[in-house]
Structure formats: C-alpha cells, structure tokens
Design a protein around this ligand. Structure first.
Ligand SMILES: Nc1ncnc2c1ncn2[C@@H]1O[C@H](COP(=O)(O)OP(=O)(O)OP(=O)(O)O)[C@@H](O)[C@H]1O
Length: 598
C-alpha cells in the first residue's frame, strides 16, 4: 500500500519539490496551508463580528481579525504565485540535471538507442517544452491553487464539526464522491497512456522537422513543407483528441454527482435552517456554519486535477528513466589498463544484437588485427561495419564471444582508460559549438599538437584556433561539410599524438573532394603508421592502401587479405572493386598530382 502510494506520479511530484529546493518548498507549503485555512478563519471572524454587534460587545478584536485575514488573503496569493514560479523553475532545473545525468551517466549508449525508452524521454521533457500542458514554472502555481482549495475545503469541514459531527462527514463524502464518480472523466487518469505518449512523440518529431535548420533544405526541395505542417497538425490533433477523450465529462456520473451534492447540501442546510428557526442556533453561529458548509465544496475543485497530473507525469517519467537507463547503458566494470603503443586486437566468436532488434548483426565473428597494422573494412550497407567500430569503442558489450586487446578481454579493461586509447571519426561525427581548438582537442592538448593534427588533416589554414565553429554567436562561423570532416579527422589525429593506440575511421573522407581525399590520405596513413588503424570505407581508392582488407557479409568475414591478394582471389572484393573502377579513370592534374583513383 505504502509502496503503491510512493509509486504514484503525484507522490513523486511532491517528493521532488524539497529535493529541488528545500527552503522554497517549505515556504510554498506554509503559504499553501495559510491560504487554505484563511477562508475558514474569515468565516469565524465574521461570525464573531456579528455576535459582537448582536451582544453589543467590543468590535475591535473581531474587526482586527477580519481585517488581518482579509489583508493576508490579498497579500499571500501573489507571494505564493511568485514562490510557485520560482519553485517550478527549480524543479525544471533539477529534472533537467537528473535527465542529463541519466542520459550521460551510463558508460554505454544502449539506453539512448533503446526504442522502449524513447517515449518516456519525450514525456520527460514536458516540464520544459510544455507541449501538452503548461510548463513546470506555471504548473506549480496551478497545483498550488488546487491544493489551497483542498485545504480550504478541509478547514471548512473541521469548523463545521462545531455544529454537528455528521454534517461535515456528509458533505466531505458527497464532494469526494464526485472525484470518484468523475474519475473516468478525471484528467489524472488516461492522460499518460502509451498511446498518448506515442502521439506526443510523433507530434514532437513533426515539430522538430518543421523548425530544424538541417531538415529545412530537403523539406523544401522535395516539396515536403506542407506535408510536415499537415503531419504536425494531425499529430497534435490526435494528441488533443486523446486528451479530450481522457478528460471529457461523462454524462451519467455527472448527473449522479449533481444529485448527491444537491441532496447532501440540502440535508445540511435544512438542518441549519431548522436549528436557527428553533432557536438552537444563534445568528452569528449560523453565519459561520453556513459559510463553511459552502466552503467544504472546495474539496471538489482541489487536489487531483489536471495541473497536478500534468506536473506529475514528466516527474514520473524522469523517475522511471533513471533506473531504466542505467542498466540499458551499463557495461561490465573492468579495471585493467593496456600499456601504451599500438594495440593488437583479437576478435573471437563475437555475437551482438541491438536491443529489441529481430536479428543479430554478428553471430560468431572472428578477426585478428596485428598491432600497428592497418585494416580496411568493406561490405554492403548494413553489413555491420559501424557496429564493429561501436563495439571496439565499448559503446556496447557483445552478447557473447570476446574482443581481446593485447591479450586482455575488452570487458576487463577500465572503460575510461580504454577510451583514452581509442581515437575515432564516426560518420555522424561531433560538431561542438566551441572554438576550433576545443573541437580538435576537447580534453586539451599542447597547441603544437593541435596545429600539427590540423595540418595532417589538411586544415592548417581553416580558421584561427579561437574561432568558434558555430553561427548564432557574435564571433562564430560555420564550416562546410568537408571542412567539418577535416576537423573531425584532426581530432582523431590529435588523439593519436596524445597516446591513442587504436584509430577507427568510419568513412573519414566521404565529404572530401577527390583531390582533397587523395592529398590527405597519405598524410593520415603517415600520421597513424605507429598505431593500429581500422578504416571503414566504400571508397576503394582509399581502401587499397590498407595493409589488409576484410570484406564483411552477414556478420562474418568472407574475405581477408591485401589488395593484391584479394584482387588475385577474384571474389567479392574484386567484384566490388571492378564495379567502382569502371566509373573512374586515372588523372594527372595541371600540377602533376596524380589522383589516386582506381
Ligand atoms: N541502434 C540500432 N538499433 C537497432 N539496429 C541497428 C542500430 N544501428 C544499426 N542497426 C542495424 O544493424 C545493422 C548494421 O548496421 P551498421 O550501421 O553497423 O552497418 P554498416 O555496415 O556500417 O552500414 P553502412 O555501410 O550503411 O554505414 C543494420 O542492419 C542496421 O539496421
């Protein structure tokens, strides 16, 4: 029972408030309780004043109480609103931190590619985006307002006990019954179903398509602008339909609610009236009890309302994500470190399947890569080349089989220490909105190494090291696709200068022009000659320079050897090479530079 209560999103929301800011949360609760009880105090003060007038006693005390209560009612509301807005912002900041920790914390990346977590990730950002309701800084005030009503209703009920025990019980039961009867129409139920979350995610995606500068080009070019707007509108409409269905008032329970409330109030007010006529209830007490009897109705409008539902859902999503992401992105802990220099890799019986994927990418892969050698990996799209690079970086652990690094199982190595020994350029490499210097050496490196790495990548004159590589900043600039790729290459080459023993290059020259690629590739090979290099590429003009080439197919190595050996073999490699060669002719340009075409 207590556990179930703890798991409720509403509970999680209230538990987060003091964690976000304990002082503000305490102030928020104190103001909330004060605002809640003040209407009942005002009713008592009014009764007191009427009594004083009736009995001609001193008016100063009841008038002071009434005045003070009235002023407090006026003053505490804006104060509470300001505290709520502040607390809401703190809660957002707290949740953002938690979310960032949950995403960045795990050493692997399985949790970020796990489809079962992506919907919660969308809902979790609602406290900031406010796509389906008010954002957190507004919502905390709405929650406060509803709780003030709830406390007000309860305070009124307590005062009503002064009249008789059954009246408050009857009214509280009646007003609470409306909650129960209207629960099907109640917004705290059905608003965060998997269907709603999925609709929300689709709406979010459509929105990002519509506003992002990257998709903007092709959306326009392919005439998809209207389609995007339509998709966004449709998904939003679907979202609202689902929310409406979850929140619309159902007729029958509504009629029952009205009936119960009418009967309960009728009984209480009939009793109050009868007592007043019989002379059992003086006018001053009648005024107080009649006011609080009406006040009990506030219970119906307070508490579990849509604001609390909207505020609690993202909190609950963040709380769910925290424990779910850690195991999904976990890797077995290791402590070993490999000595410096080039590493030897020995892959045996490697099997791996992405979470929730129907089939494995590898199912018994064997491959040995001698220290200091270069290996090119070729194969059709989807053959598993990038996945192999991810496994070698230990972004995932294999399901079975081993990857041995200088004889040690990769799983037994200290993850951070191993990653310090690996340099990689992925197809979707990182573009940091930071100066060129930090893009080349995010963890810092001597300036001479940064400049040398840039020169090796053919980017010596690209920009000043302190130029920020991003538009949207006063001093920033953006680069072309090929220029960015040179920066990513420089980052890997700089890491080699800092002691990396394995370099993974996944289509490192895909965005370079043929001449740039030819000029740069020899320099890359020279810069990486003392380390183990794995090159993934569809460009056979670059692939042929590797010491050995391996052809991946269906998760297995189907051919392995030098360019000449594989050409002599006349198998897959030869076929792919010849196919590409037909489209190229060797050229010597006006400067006498021979493009290394096939
Ligand atoms: N995050 C993921 N979740 C599930 N499946 C994935 C994921 N990433 C890749 N895959 C699947 O794994 C297989 C191997 O993908 P991978 O990216 O390694 O191929 P690749 O050989 O690098 O392809 P390409 O030449 O197109 O870059 C593909 O079938 C792909 O659909």
């Amino acid at each position: 029972m207590v556990n179930r209560l703890h798991r409720r999103p509403e509970w999680q929301f209230f538990a987060v408030l003091p964690r976000a800011d304990s002082k503000l949360a305490t102030t928020w609760w104190v103001l909330l309780l004060a605002r809640g009880v003040l209407p009942a105090v005002f009713a008592i003060a009014m009764g007191w004043l009427i009594g004083a007038v009736q009995h001609s006693t001193a008016l100063a005390a009841p008038l002071t109480l009434m005045g003070t209560t009235f002023i407090l009612l006026q003053v505490l509301t804006p104060m509470h609103q300001a505290v709520s807005a502040n607390l809401g912002s703190r809660v957002s900041a707290y949740l953002n931190d938690k979310l960032a920790e949950a995403c960045v914390g795990p050493p692997g990346i399985g949790h970020l590619e796990d489809p079962s977590l992506s919907e919660d990730l969308t809902v979790a950002r609602e406290f900031d985006h406010g796509q389906t309701g008010p954002p957190m800084y507004l919502n905390v005030d709405f929650v406060a307002g509803s709780l003030v009503e709830l406390v007000g209703g309860l305070a009124s009920a307590i005062v009503l006990f002064g009249y008789t025990w059954w009246a408050p019980l009857l009214l509280v039961a009646a007003w609470t019954a409306t909650h129960w009867l209207l629960r099907e129409s109640g917004v705290w139920k059905d608003r965060n179903t998997a269907e709603v979350r999925s609709a929300q995610r689709h709406a979010n995606y459509a929105y990002e398509l519509a506003v992002g500068p990257d998709p903007a080009k092709e959306l326009r070019l392919f005439g998809l602008a209207d389609w995007t707007v339509q998709r966004f509108t449709e998904r939003r409409r679907r979202l609202f339909e689902l929310q409406y269905a979850a929140t619309r008032l159902r007729e029958r329970p509504m009629i029952w609610s009205l009936l119960i409330i009418a009967v309960a109030n009728g009984v209480v007010f009939w009793s109050l009236g009868a007592a007043a006529i019989d002379g059992r209830l003086e006018l001053d007490r009648l005024v107080v009890f009649a006011q609080v009897a009406i006040g009990v109705g506030m219970i119906a409008f307070g508490g579990l309302n849509w604001a609390l539902d909207g505020a609690a859902a993202p909190v609950a999503a963040v709380q769910r994500l925290e424990p779910a992401m850690a195991p999904a992105g976990a890797l077995s802990p290791g402590t070993l470190r490999v000595p410096g220099g080039a590493v030897e890799l020995d892959i045996r019986g490697l099997s791996f399947r992405y979470p929730h994927a129907d089939r494995p990418v590898f199912d018994g892969l064997d491959l040995k890569i001698p220290a200091g050698s270069s290996l090119a990996v070729v194969g059709q799209n989807g053959a598993g080349k990038t996945t192999l690079a991810k496994l070698l970086c230990r972004l995932y652990d294999p399901d079975s089989g081993t990857i041995r690094v200088d004889g040690s199982d990769l799983r037994q190595l200290d993850v951070d220490a191993w990653r310090g020994r690996v340099a990689a350029v992925f197809q979707d490499f990182l573009k940091l909105e930071l100066p060129l210097r930090d893009n080349v050496a995010p963890a810092g490196a001597p300036e001479a190494d940064i400049r040398a790495a840039l020169a090796d990548a053919g980017a010596a004159d690209l920009a000043d090291l302190d130029t920020r590589l991003a538009t949207g900043y006063g001093d920033g600039t953006d680069l072309s696709g090929g220029q960015w790729q040179r920066v990513a290459l420089a980052r890997a080459l700089c890491a080699v200068r800092q002691g990396a023993g394995l370099v993974l290059l996944d289509e490192p020259t895909a965005q370079l022009d043929v001449r740039g690629e030819a000029a740069i590739f020899d320099r890359i090979l020279t810069a990486t000659r003392d380390v183990t290099t794995i090159l993934i590429s569809h460009r056979f003009s670059t692939v042929r320079h590797a010491d050995r080439i391996c052809v991946l197919e269906d998760g297995h190595v189907v051919e392995l050897g030098s360019h000449d050996e594989l050409m002599a073999l006349g198998g897959r490699y030869r076929t792919m090479f010849d196919l590409q060669a037909q489209r190229f002719t060797a050229e010597v340009d006006e400067e006498g530079l021979s493009y290394d075409t096939l």
